[in-house]
Design a protein. Structure first.
Length: 240
């Protein structure tokens, strides 16, 4: 089975400072892959390069196509979608209008958008109940649900999630991760960048630990969770 995403020896710099150095990863269809690590490690920077917001060196391909040839809109049209850390919703617009904007790159008709909206509302009943409410009035958890729903309206092949649990209460974090895991049923492949290492490793199939711009550990998520150094550093556990 060929990789949907294939990244090899990627570097991303801010001026003379290299924030990501020599990173390589691949993602198979249907996988949930997570990148964990401390603040400032380069996690968000890597996602920015993948979606085309930041320039990079190295090789990145998506569905066999060289990403360096595609701008941000082209990447979204092909099914590579980012849910950013700050969600970046349109606060003055309603839930429904935010969702409809998620489908803009697909250039489809009203009937198909209506079907997709109904599917999102079925997955997120709270959004259905508040569909006319302005996005700015939502709680943190509801805003994250809206950001995920808007991304699903783009019919993603690969979904890049940047810190989906940021600023959320523990019960809402659990709900958000249950939603993320459920997206497998839609055939969506997910790259999950997350500081909540425990939740991320429990959800993912494969994991990378990013520190100071480099992967220091990679492997099946369960094995990474059992690593004594990872447990001590990121899971609040002590070495035996």
């Amino acid at each position: 089975m060929s990789a949907l995403v294939d990244i090899e020896d990627v570097y991303v710099a801010y001026g003379k400072i290299e924030a990501v150095r020599g990173v390589s990863l691949s993602m198979e269809p249907g996988q949930i892959v997570t990148i964990i690590g401390p603040n400032g490690a380069g996690k968000t920077t890597l996602l920015g390069a993948m979606i085309g917001l930041l320039r990079s060196r190295g090789r990145m391909s998506f569905c066999g196509e060289d990403l360096s040839r595609l701008d941000v809109e082209d990447r979204v049209e092909r099914g590579l979608c980012l849910v950013p850390e700050r969600r970046e919703l349109f606060g003055d617009l309603s839930i429904m209008d935010n969702l409809v904007l998620g489908a803009y790159a697909r250039r489809v008709g009203h009937a198909e958008i209506k079907r997709d909206l109904d599917a999102v509302y079925e997955r997120f009943p709270r959004l259905a109940q508040r569909r006319s409410q302005k996005a700015a009035t939502l709680s943190g958890g509801e805003r994250q649900m809206l950001a995920l729903g808007r991304a699903l309206m783009a019919k993603p092949v690969v979904l890049l999630l940047d810190e989906p649990s940021l600023g959320l209460a523990p019960l809402i974090v659990r709900e958000i991760f249950e939603i993320i895991a459920s997206l497998r049923s839609l055939g969506v492949t997910i790259l999950l960048v997350e500081q909540n290492a425990r939740a991320a490793l429990a959800t993912a199939d494969y994991a990378h630990v990013l520190e100071t711009g480099e992967f220091v550990r990679s492997g099946p998520a369960a094995a990474i969770a059992d690593d004594p150094v990872v447990a001590a550093t990121y899971l609040g556990a002590h070495r035996s």
